[in-house]
Design a protein around this ligand. Structure first.
Ligand code: RP5
Length: 201
């Protein structure tokens, strides 16, 4: 069952498409969420998650990408519930113009690793904190990949960092994007220095 309520940030603006792929139930739902800034082109980043219950966390990856004008597409595809959909999606991603995967999953979190098995595009894994074990199960499932099949794992629930890392990967081949990333770093440093003023007050 879908829980669309928690997948739908309000307001207006550009969109990230969320699709639930379920070949057995022949269910396909597309709906849109609003990002803070306008990504203009075809999606370069695939944001996959094992369930729509992951979206409140994974949403931050889409937001981070949108801040840099990078279009993404977000989909629910499960390594366990819809493995054939995952093979199809991941193996054709490069041809469709995608360049980086961000995959979030909780519990026995095999989505990033199985995605990496089907593509040579870089895969960033986001361990989602589930209802048990404080997310350590997700973290260890994602980070301990076998030699030859890397997944770049960010912190538990650290979807924003996953979005930023994807932007940095794309920035290696895009001067305009690299400039935005440089500006972002400068702003981050300014914000950090400004914290001293708060301490002094
Ligand atoms: C994982 O199981 C998903 O990534 C999610 O984090 C977790 C729970 O899924 P639901 O029961 O909410 O569908 O596969």
């Amino acid at each position: 069952m879908l829980h669309r309520g928690h997948c739908l940030p309000p307001t207006t603006g550009p969109t990230t498409s969320i699709t639930v792929l379920d070949s057995e139930a022949k269910t396909r739902l597309d709906f849109t969420t609003n990002m803070t800034k306008q990504p203009s082109n075809k999606p370069l980043v695939a944001i996959l998650m094992g369930s729509d219950s992951d979206w409140p966390v994974m949403n931050a990856a889409a937001d981070a990408l949108a801040e840099f004008g990078i279009a993404s597409e977000a989909k629910v595809i499960s390594a366990h519930r819809t493995p054939r959909d995952l093979e199809q999606y991941a193996s054709g991603a490069r041809e469709r113009g995608l360049r980086v995967f961000i995959c979030g999953a909780g519990g026995a979190a095999h989505l990033p690793g199985v995605t990496a098995a089907f593509t040579t595009l870089p895969v960033i894994g986001v361990p989602i904190m589930g209802k048990a074990l404080d997310g350590m199960d997700s973290l260890l499932s994602i980070v301990q990949m076998p030699p030859g099949v890397p997944v770049a794992t960010v912190g538990i629930n650290a979807a924003r960092n996953a979005g930023l890392l994807a932007a940095q990967i794309l920035g290696t081949g895009d001067d305009a994007l690299q400039k935005k990333l440089d500006q972002f770093k400068l702003k981050l440093a300014e914000e950090s220095r400004a914290k001293n003023k708060t301490l002094a007050a």
